[in-house]
Design a protein around this ligand. Structure first.
Ligand code: HEC
Ligand code: HEC
Length: 314
C-alpha cells in the first residue's frame, strides 16, 4: 500500500497565484481559470489525495497510472462485504462526465449522489458508504470546492466500471458532518491547520471510531491514534498518537521532527514511518500549510493513548 508520490512540485509556482486569484466564476482559457485548476490540483493531489483511494493499486501498492481516478479500489469489511471506490474521471458512462458541478459538490460534501447516476447500473442507493470521507469534506469551502471541480473537469475520461459493492443496504448510513475542535489558542495559522486536519484527512486516519451502532469519530480520542489498517505485507498498522501528550503523543517533538515525519517519513528515532501515512504526498505541501498544521497540532487537547508498536516498514 505504498502511496505513490504525485508530482505536485510542478504546480507550486501556480498555487500562490491561485490563492490570490480565488475567482471561482472564471471561464476556461482565462488566467484565473488556470489558477483555479492549479489550486484544485493542489487540493486533490497533495492535500486530500483523492487518487490514493480512487485508483487501483498494483501488487506493490502503487497507483496504476492508466487507471488513476477510475476507481475500483476495494475496501473490505470482513464478513459484511466490500465497497469499491468509483470512477471520478470525466467518462460519460462510467465517471462524472454527465454530472453537473452542483451534483459533484453535493456528493463530495454530503455523500448523496444524483439518482441519474444509478441509471443503467446495478447500484440501488444514492447514499454513499462513509469510506468516502464526506463527513470531513463537509468542511471544504465553496471556493475550494469550485477549484476541485475545475480540476476534476480536466481529468481525461477513462472507460472503467468498478465492481458493485457487496455490503448490506443497512450499512449505508448517512454520517453527519464532522466539525473538528477549534484550536485551544486561536490564531489564523491554527484555524487553517484545523481546516487542513479535516480536508487533509489527518483526523480520518488518526482518530478511532465509536463502537457500532454509533457512527463517526470517538472525539474523546481525537488525533490520539490507534486506528488500524491492514497493510500487506506488513500486517496490522496502527496510526500514531499525534496529540501533544508528552508520554504517548508527540508533545516532546520539535517542529523540525514533526516536519521530518510529515514530509520525509522518518520518526524522531529515524525509523521509517509505515504506510498508509501519506508522507510522499505531504512532501508537496506548501510551507505555510505545514506551519498551519503545527499551529493546530500544538493546540489540540493532549490525550494519553499508548498505541501498539508497529512492525519495521523499510
Ligand atoms: C478514504 C478513501 C477515499 C477518499 C480519500 C476519497 N474518496 Fe471518493 N469515494 C470513496 C469510495 C469508497 C466511494 C464509493 C462509495 C460507495 O459506493 O458507496 C467514493 C465515492 C465518490 C464519489 C461518488 C461517485 C459515484 O459514482 O457515486 C465522488 C464524486 C467522489 N468519491 C469524489 C472524491 C473526491 C473529489 C475526493 C478527494 C477530494 C475523494 N472522493 C476522496 C473513497 C474515497
Ligand atoms: C491514510 C492514513 C493517514 C493519513 C491521511 C494521515 N496519517 Fe499520519 N500516520 C498514519 C499512520 C498509520 C501512522 C503510523 C505509522 C508508523 O507508526 O509507522 C502515521 C504517523 C504519523 C506521524 C508520526 C508520529 C509518530 O509517533 O511516529 C505524524 C507526525 C503524522 N502521522 C501526522 C499526520 C498529519 C499531520 C496528517 C494530516 C496532514 C496525517 N498524519 C495524515 C496514517 C495517516
Amino acid at each position: 500500500m505504498k502511496r505513490s508520490f504525485i508530482g505536485a512540485f510542478l504546480f507550486l509556482g501556480l498555487i500562490s497565484a491561485a490563492l490570490i486569484a480565488c475567482n471561482n466564476s472564471s471561464s476556461p482559457g482565462t488566467q484565473a481559470y488556470v489558477a483555479n485548476v492549479a489550486h484544485g490540483k493542489y487540493l486533490v493531489d497533495t492535500v486530500t489525495g483523492c487518487a490514493d483511494c480512487h485508483s487501483l493499486m498494483d501488487a506493490r501498492g502503487n497507483v496504476v497510472d492508466s487507471l488513476r481516478f477510475a476507481g475500483g479500489q476495494r475496501f473490505g469489511f470482513g464478513p459484511l462485504g466490500a465497497v469499491y471506490s468509483r470512477n471520478i474521471t470525466q467518462d460519460s458512462a462510467d465517471g462524472l462526465g454527465t454530472w453537473t458541478d452542483a451534483e459533484i459538490i453535493t456528493a463530495i460534501r454530503t455523500g448523496i449522489i444524483p439518482a441519474h447516476a444509478l441509471n443503467g447500473t446495478t447500484r440501488t442507493d444514492t447514499v454513499l458508504f462513509s469510506v468516502m470521507p464526506y463527513a470531513l469534506f463537509s468542511n471544504y469551502s465553496d471556493n475550494d470546492m469550485a477549484d476541485i471541480v475545475a480540476y476534476l473537469r480536466t481529468i481525461k475520461p477513462v472507460r472503467y466500471s468498478p465492481p458493485a459493492d457487496t455490503l448490506p443496504p443497512a450499512a449505508r448510513v448517512k454520517v453527519p458532518p464532522q466539525v473538528l475542535p477549534a484550536p485551544t489558542v486561536a490564531s489564523a495559522a491554527a484555524t487553517r491547520g484545523q481546516y487542513l486536519a479535516a480536508v487533509g484527512l489527518c483526523a480520518d486516519c488518526h482518530t478511532q471510531r465509536m463502537a457500532p451502532p454509533a457512527q463517526g469519530f470517538d472525539m474523546t480520542k481525537f488525533l490520539a491514534g490507534g486506528f488500524s489498517f491492514d497493510v500487506p505485507p506488513f500486517g496490522t498498522i496502527y496510526s500514531a498518537n499525534i496529540t501533544p501528550d508528552s508520554a504517548t503523543g508527540i508533545g516532546t517533538w520539535t517542529d523540525a521532527q514533526i516536519q521530518t515525519a510529515l514530509q520525509q517519513g522518518k520518526d524522531n528515532k529515524g525509523q521509517s514511518i509505515c504506510p498508509p501515512m501519506p508522507w510522499q504526498r505531504f512532501a508537496g505541501l506548501e510551507s505555510s500549510d505545514v506551519q498551519a498544521l503545527f499551529a493546530y497540532l500544538h493546540n489540540v487537547p493532549a490525550i494519553s493513548n499508548q498505541v501498539p508498536a508497529n512492525p519495521n516498514c523499510p
